[in-house]
Design a protein around this ligand. Structure first.
Ligand code: AMP
Ligand code: MN
Length: 383
């Protein structure tokens, strides 16, 4: 699912903050966002910028945020983060729709074409980051030594990216899916990693660029092609054994994944979290030198869908791989009945007895899944 960072949303409620006379809380779907008092009424439309939106300094409407501008990926701007004000969490930025004539124009067109009610529904399904030149802020990899020198290609389009929707954007899920069974797993804070194998007789092979067996001996297998990807890129085979460089290929080879995936002889992508001492600040607290791959999904390239969670667990076992910790399989109503309820539950203990980043819930009967990140994690990590 693509992240929708900039959306037009209806304010579902306003709550006062005790002792504060200039600010109040606006509720938008499952989010709570602190706004100037009197700026919004219940039912009013606003433009909501989700956390991790990167707002460009070139747009004069963001000038008021200038003291907090940062430089990121060659651009200057403001990164929207979670904050705590007067003891209340505030997430996202809510701006009156009237400040964005370019969006009002889009909405007006929709209304002329479809009528008011339908236009509102359509607009709430759209995302406007491109119109407002907002980017998704992401941590830059360049700090990992050696990463910038490795040749890369985009991750093949026949593999689903590992993104998860935030529960705050799915406020109706607890009613609509309450009797459905979900797998609850610990969300681990490392880097997304995918290993895949494509057989020589698969038409998918055409999408991959020519591989040089001399330079990439592991990529070229007798019965097909193996490779390793980060979240966004297919990483060229790395034959250097540096302990500080990117660990993707090392971890794949140590787990004998090239041979094992070729041995399965199926068009599959195994997806998981690469965690360890040099990954993402080592949130999980692994000992020096430790790096490993924690499986959370298996993508069936032919069927273009995920294996059910229990089959994924079985496949991880079969391959001798670790799996992200599974808390259990429950009807959704037993896990949580509302967004705040699930956020509370996200604040639990993860691996290595540390506080966890959050939980991921996966429906056992479909590809539907979403995440709940603990607010204490977001605040602590400045996200
Ligand atoms: P985020 O880290 O906020 O971008 O959330 C989505 C990412 O969480 C995915 O791309 C995975 O790399 C990662 N992740 C960590 N633990 C899990 C898990 N248990 N299930 C699914 N994804 C996970
Ligand atoms: Mn992550």
């Amino acid at each position: 699912m693509l992240r929708r960072l900039v959306t037009v949303r209806k304010v579902t409620g306003i709550q006062p903050i005790k002792g504060a006379d200039r600010i109040e809380i606006a509720l938008v779907d499952g989010w709570q966002c602190i706004v100037k008092k009197g700026g919004f009424q219940k039912g009013q439309l606003g433009v909501f910028f989700e956390i991790d939106s990167f707002l460009p300094a070139e747009d004069p409407r963001w000038a008021f945020l200038e003291p907090n501008f940062i430089d990121w990926n060659g651009h200057r701007g403001f990164r929207v983060k979670s904050q705590k004000m007067r003891g209340h969490i505030s997430q996202g930025l809510l701006i009156p729709l009237g400040d964005f004539p370019e969006l009002t124009e889009v909405l007006q067109k929709l209304e002329d074409e479809h009528g008011r009610e339908e236009a509102e529904k359509l607009s709430q399904k759209s995302s406007f980051e491109d119109v407002l030149k907002v980017q998704k802020w992401e941590a830059m990899h360049s700090k990992t030594s050696g990463w910038s020198e490795i040749p890369k290609e985009p991750i093949p389009s026949f593999i689903r990216r590992t993104d998860q929707e935030r529960c705050q954007n799915l406020p109706d899920v607890f009613e609509e899916w309450k009797d459905e069974i979900f797998q609850e797993s610990t969300k681990m804070d490392g880097s997304s990693m995918t290993v895949y194998f494509v057989r020589n007789d698969s038409e998918k092979l055409q999408e991959l660029s020519e591989a040089d067996a001399a330079k990439q001996p592991t990529v070229v297998q007798p019965n097909g092609r193996f490779s390793v990807c980060s979240r966004n890129v297919d990483v060229a085979e790395d034959n250097n054994n540096s302990d500080t460089g990117p660990q993707y290929w090392r971890v794949a080879k140590r787990n004998r994944l090239p041979e094992q995936m070729a041995g399965l002889n199926r068009n599959l992508a195994v997806q998981g979290e690469l965690c360890g001492a040099t990954v993402q600040g080592n949130f999980e607290g692994f000992p020096a030198g430790f790096h490993d791959f924690f499986v959370f999904a298996v993508w069936d390239i032919d069927a273009q869908k995920y294996l059910p969670p229990k089959e994924t667990e079985a496949m991880a076992k079969q391959l001798g791989l670790r799996h992200v910790p599974v808390i259990g399989y429950f009807p959704l109503r037993e896990i949580a009945t509302s967004v705040p309820d699930l956020l509370q539950r996200a604040e639990g203990i993860g691996l290595n007895k540390r506080k966890r980043e959050g939980v991921v819930l996966k429906h056992v009967g479909s590809d539907f899944s979403f995440k709940a990140i603990s607010n204490s994690y977001l605040l602590k990590h400045g996200e």
